[in-house]
Design a protein around this ligand. Structure first.
Ligand code: GUN
Length: 288
């Protein structure tokens, strides 16, 4: 069997179109435009690319984009003062502080200073707690995108065996909470898990977010399973050039799985689309 390839790019285009329609409606009916503030501290090249891409897609969806680029030696107090200002600015409905932050800044302190209602990343402890207790929360963008694709490919997720590989606050933990909310039987594995092949073989759904290239072998996958690969790892080829690979050995896994996301072009494009969707949600909730 050859798996269906889950096209995250197409999914993201469709979601961004829905967000743009919603934004146009808010403007037309209520004369309001959602605004997203993105804060970048320092000049990490990968972060700069992400931030540029977020700003571009925000504007394309008809929203206001506010970019705050701060020097690498910005103090924690200065950053907290900016967040205070954004928290009280009625034109800003969503705030995202690009991670990682420089080492002299306490990441948790900064994230938890964001007004939870504007926390479009869903990283604030209040949002993590609301999600874990089944209440209305801002949901982290990457797991939200994964869930949307799973719902489309698997239909009703209830009762399915879901394996989340990775336990980060950004992906693994919220992904497990979302799948629990869908009534999956959820197992969380990670880099130290001893019987990973056995767990993978029992899973109807695998979400790989462990950050290790080709960590999950194709032969472990249960025939017909749905595989969502969150990993983006750069590896060196024999000719010295590099290529992007996921956490799953895609070439082997696609011969066994029922459906699988490629890397690149799978989960990645959905993350920013979900960020835009969360910004519209935050804007609507602020008005309610
Ligand atoms: N850095 C890498 N991914 C993310 C993300 O989803 N949100 C934020 N704030 N920073 C990131």
């Amino acid at each position: 069997m050859t798996a269906q390839i889950i096209d995250g790019k197409n999914f993201a285009v469709a979601l961004r179109e829905r967000v743009a329609e919603h934004t146009a409606y808010l403007k037309q009916q209520h004369d309001i435009t959602p605004g997203l503030a993105v804060v970048l501290v320092g000049e990490d090249p990968a972060s700069q690319v992400y931030v540029r891409s977020k700003a571009k897609q925000t504007v394309e969806a008809g929203m206001h984009s506010y970019q705050h680029k701060l020097a690498v030696d910005t103090t924690e107090a200065e950053l907290l003062a900016l967040i205070d200002q954004l928290n009280t600015d009625p034109a800003v409905h969503g705030i995202l502080v690009q991670l990682p932050l420089p080492e002299h800044i306490d990441e948790a302190l900064v994230i938890n200073a964001i007004d939870p209602a504007k926390d479009v990343d869903g990283f604030h402890i209040s949002n993590a707690g609301l999600l874990a207790t089944g209440q209305q929360a801002m949901v982290p963008c990457t797991p939200l995108g994964c869930l949307m694709m799973l719902r489309e490919y698997c239909g009703n997720l209830s009762g399915q065996n879901a394996l989340v590989i990775g336990r980060s606050n950004i992906v693994g933990k919220p992904m497990a909470q979302l799948l629990l909310r869908e009534s999956c039987t959820v197992t969380v594995a990670h880099s130290r898990t001893r019987n990973l092949p056995e767990l993978v073989a029992n899973a109807d759904i695998v979400v790989a977010a462990v950050g290790r290239p080709l960590f999950i072998e194709g032969g472990w996958i249960k025939p017909g399973a749905t595989v969502i690969d969150v990993g983006i790892n750069r590896i060196e080829k024999s000719d010295g050039t590099t290529r992007l690979v996921g956490d799953v050995d895609f070439a082997a896994a696609k011969e066994v799985a029922g459906a699988i996301t490629p890397v690149p072009g799978g989960v990645g494009p959905m993350t920013i689309a979900c960020l835009l969707a969360n910004t519209v949600t935050a804007c609507c909730r602020a008005r309610a």
